[in-house]
Ligand binder design. Structure first.
Ligand code: HEC
Length: 191
């Protein structure tokens, strides 16, 4: 290739942000962004996305500290495209997946101060946005979401039974933002 061709190719990549399309095994091209329903069977049973640590985008982290000073870190990540869609529309797209991974922590004096870091995973909370009320008879679906919980002793086993009992009351303070604690997620804010 001549250097002129190379320069033209680089310029194209830089100007257009062109990226070769990666193939996705289990979702169609148009649908690859908000693929939450790939994780759901006909009855509405929810699986945890196996690949979320590699493929999902980070939304933010909460670090609750209890009265004994025990600290957890709650990392929330979202299926690709979530933040861009939210900044444009103020909504979570149908099929958006949110995963909150709850970590135990450790801490020590470091050169920055008393530094805390995430250690082992305790549980994963999963939400799948559902605009259409797809599973009306299933107690894990309602108020615009599918709600699920997985614990680290059996990471593939969904253990929530009724989102109204297991989840909803704790999310009432976030009702006006579609039940999501968006204030902790800087990437959702338009700059
Ligand atoms: C004890 C109260 C409580 C319960 C029970 C609870 N949540 Fe939450 N959840 C919160 C709070 C508070 C946050 C944000 C702050 C944090 O993580 O510490 C949150 C955050 C989340 C997030 C990250 C997105 C967001 O809203 O910020 C997901 C996903 C989530 N919860 C799903 C669930 C699901 C699914 C259930 C039921 C299986 C559930 N939660 C039960 C209190 C609760």
């Amino acid at each position: 290739m001549s250097s002129r061709v190379l320069i033209a190719a680089f310029t194209f990549v830089i100007l257009t942000g062109y990226q070769p399309v990666k193939s996705q095994s289990n979702s169609s091209q148009n649908d690859r962004t908000f693929h939450g329903f790939d994780l759901v069977d006909k009855a509405g049973n929810i699986r945890k996305p196996a690949d979320f640590r590699d493929l999902y985008q980070a939304l933010g982290v909460y670090t609750p500290v209890d009265l004994n000073n025990n600290t957890e870190m709650h990392y929330t990540s979202a299926s690709p495209g979530t933040a861009e869609y939210y900044r444009k529309t103020g909504k979570f797209a149908d099929g958006t997946v949110l995963v909150k991974e709850v970590f135990a922590t450790d801490h020590a004096q470091m050169t920055t101060g008393d530094a805390h870091w995430a250690t082992g995973t305790k549980v994963w909370f999963v939400l799948i946005k559902d605009d259409k009320g797809r599973y009306p008879g299933n107690p894990l679906w309602g108020d615009g979401w599918g709600w699920a919980l997985f614990k680290s002793d059996a990471p593939d086993k969904q253990v929530a039974t009724d989102y109204k009992k297991d989840c909803l009351s704790c999310h009432i303070p976030a009702r006006s933002t579609d039940w999501i604690y968006v204030q902790g997620y800087p990437v959702l804010k338009s700059k």
